[in-house]
Ligand binder design. Structure first.
Ligand code: HEC
Ligand code: HEC
Length: 223
């Protein structure tokens, strides 16, 4: 065992073992990265569970899939997959909300509503500047988001939700957060009107919701 010849063979063997391990880990590493990026697997987007006979899209609510190759028809979907799906997966497993719910359709009626929220950001969602997301790309994303939400409506049986009135906006969009922090909110206090611009943005209100809330808060002011 201790003679020099044996040592040389052992060292040569150790080198071969080392090389094999190196090559193996490289191959596995590339395969794993490919899997993460979605290079392998079905090129079709998956479909959420429970789809029935839907309207325009034939019932399927497409999930944005990362790593899909963009073409003229699916550009919005691919861009959504890149920029938004990590937080807004339609399965609801992200940090944001699934942008396919009845509440989403009630609050966001136009592509402009979505574009405004993305450009402004909220207290919980970062704003996207033009340097980060070009106007044309955001327009495609907004188009896809709205179309997907409407496709989801086609497979639901529940009736659409009526728009929130002023009190509803205050409760759902403001108190939902304020009740969790040490900052009592008094709708009769004129401070609420002064804070409205900042707080509407914080709560992600649409232009229309902000106007409805302003009118409501004016009626609440102490004489
Ligand atoms: C880092 C996570 C994150 C990313 C990335 C993200 N969002 Fe959001 N988004 C959120 C969170 C969290 C909320 C909930 C905001 C709130 O209640 O203030 C939200 C809210 C929204 C809303 C309002 C939904 C509602 O019902 O009130 C829209 C619309 C929206 N996001 C669109 C987008 C789009 C489009 C993109 C991609 C360009 C995107 N988001 C990327 C985290 C994210
Ligand atoms: C995501 C949580 C969140 C949401 C949603 C939210 N707020 Fe706030 N708001 C805060 C926090 C935190 C402060 C304290 C800010 C500070 O003291 O600097 C605050 C402060 C305020 C203040 C006090 C300002 C002052 O100078 O004392 C008013 C008024 C207010 N919010 C109104 C609203 C209204 C109206 C809405 C709904 C449109 C709303 N907020 C939505 C978190 C929230």
């Amino acid at each position: 065992m201790n003679e020099p010849r044996g040592d040389a063979t052992r060292i040569a063997r150790a080198h071969r073992r080392g090389m094999t391990l190196l090559v193996l880990s490289l191959v596995l590493g590339v395969a794993f990265t490919g899997w993460l990026q979605g290079w392998v697997g079905s090129p079709h987007f998956s479909v959420t569970a429970g789809v029935g006979g839907g309207a325009a899209t034939g019932g399927a609510v497409p999930r944005a899939r990362q790593g899909l190759v963009a073409n003229a028809e699916n550009r919005g979907q691919v861009l959504f997959g890149r920029s938004c799906d990590s937080c807004h997966s339609a399965g609801g497993e992200g940090r944001g909300v699934a942008l396919v719910t009845p509440e989403f359709r009630r609050d966001f009626k136009t592509e402009a509503d979505i574009i405004q929220l993305v450009r402004d950001g909220t207290c919980r969602m970062p704003a996207y500047s033009r340097a980060f997301l070009a106007d044309g790309d955001l327009a495609e994303i907004a188009k896809f988001t709205l179309a997907r939400a409407r496709a989801a409506a086609g497979v639901e049986t529940a009736p659409p939700l009526p728009p929130l009135d002023g009190r509803g906006i205050l409760e759902h969009k403001c108190l939902s957060c304020h009740n969790t922090i040490d900052k009592p909110l008094d709708a009769r206090d004129v401070q609420v009107l002064f804070a409205l611009d900042d707080m509407a943005k914080c709560a992600g209100l649409t232009v229309e919701q902000k106007a409805v809330l302003r009118t409501f808060l004016r009626t609440q002011q102490r004489p």
